[in-house]
Design a protein around this ligand. Structure first.
Ligand SMILES: C[S@@+](CC[C@H](N)C(=O)[O-])C[C@H]1O[C@@H](n2cnc3c(N)ncnc32)[C@H](O)[C@@H]1O
Length: 266
């Protein structure tokens, strides 16, 4: 590499000598920077690196949540903002895809009645920021105590209003398992359900929503079912269709699909 400095031919072909020198010096600078970064990185203990990464993640999340909370009432966030929020949430594999998150956000921005959410996460943040802030109650069922605490802490930290985050263990209901429904105050009706839980390995998967809470879902209610093209969720959709009038629109994404289900009469 040093041999090339000042000689504009050879590996640089079409560049002049001065240009080649500039390019080589720039490359050497980049290499030196990388080596210094790697050496420093080796010197910094793992715990400190992790702490710094967490700080950066919290900073990114705070910026994205503030932008959500500053949107005028009733306005859905632009997709790039949701993408930034997803990345900052940093829970790949368990987080809604961007198209699903957009569908949740667009509906949350104008929803009028109480909202039910099954399974908490970044969608809970979006629902609170866009619906809870307008006085529309969001009731979220979460079965995992540690995950519930994490989401609750973030709702509090970023002052996101209107979310009732219920710890709802998954209980045996005979032919299927599903969340235990909160015993305290609880809306009589929901018009919009974000259905991204319980986890896929639950007996019956997400089926329990209709047998347990169907009476609270009036005709015209919307269920946004995530992962709708997985075999388990396809079976759930079949069972729901057999038990209640349901109109379906399925969005097939590149990774995972989701369905918008409009309920008819019981
Ligand atoms: C698919 S997640 C719900 C995600 C939420 N709708 C979102 O977009 O962030 C369903 C359930 O998975 C669990 N979960 C979330 N993140 C997890 C993780 N990193 N490891 C294990 N379980 C997780 C939580 O109990 C949650 O209720």
């Amino acid at each position: 590499m040093h041999e090339s400095i000042g000689h504009g031919s050879g590996s640089y072909g079409k560049h002049s000598g001065v240009e080649a020198t500039r390019i080589t010096v720039a490359r050497l600078g980049t290499m030196a920077g990388t080596m210094v970064h790697q050496s420093l990185s080796r010197l910094v203990p793992h715990g400190i690196k992790r702490g710094l990464r967490d700080l950066v993640q919290h900073y990114r999340l705070r910026v994205a949540v503030r932008a959500l909370l500053r949107l005028p009432m009733g306005v859905a966030p632009p997709p790039p903002l949701l993408q930034v929020l997803r990345r900052a949430w940093d829970n790949e594999g368990y987080t809604a895809t961007l198209p699903y998150l957009q569908e949740v956000a667009t509906r949350a921005a104008t929803a009028e009645g109480p909202i039910l959410e099954c399974g908490s996460g970044v969608t809970t943040i979006v629902l609170g920021a866009l619906a809870g802030r307008r006085g529309v109650a969001v009731h979220t069922l979460e079965h995992d105590p540690a995950w519930r605490d994490r989401v609750a802490e973030l709702l509090q930290r970023y002052r996101i209003p209107g979310v009732h985050l219920h710890l709802a263990p998954i209980i045996d209901r005979g032919a299927f398992d599903w969340y235990e429904v909160p015993k305290g105050s609880w809306p009589d009706e929901f018009g919009f359900v974000v259905c991204d839980g319980p986890p896929g390995d639950t007996k019956g998967g997400r089926y329990g929503l209709l047998p347990v809470l169907g009476a609270r879902l009036r005709p015209g209610s919307i269920i946004l079912l995530d992962d709708a093209t997985r075999p388990g969720e396809m079976a759930v959709r079949r069972r729901w269709r057999a038990e209640r009038e349901v109109r379906e629109r399925v969005e097939h994404g590149p990774d995972r699909g989701y369905a918008v289900l409009t309920l008819g009469s019981t």
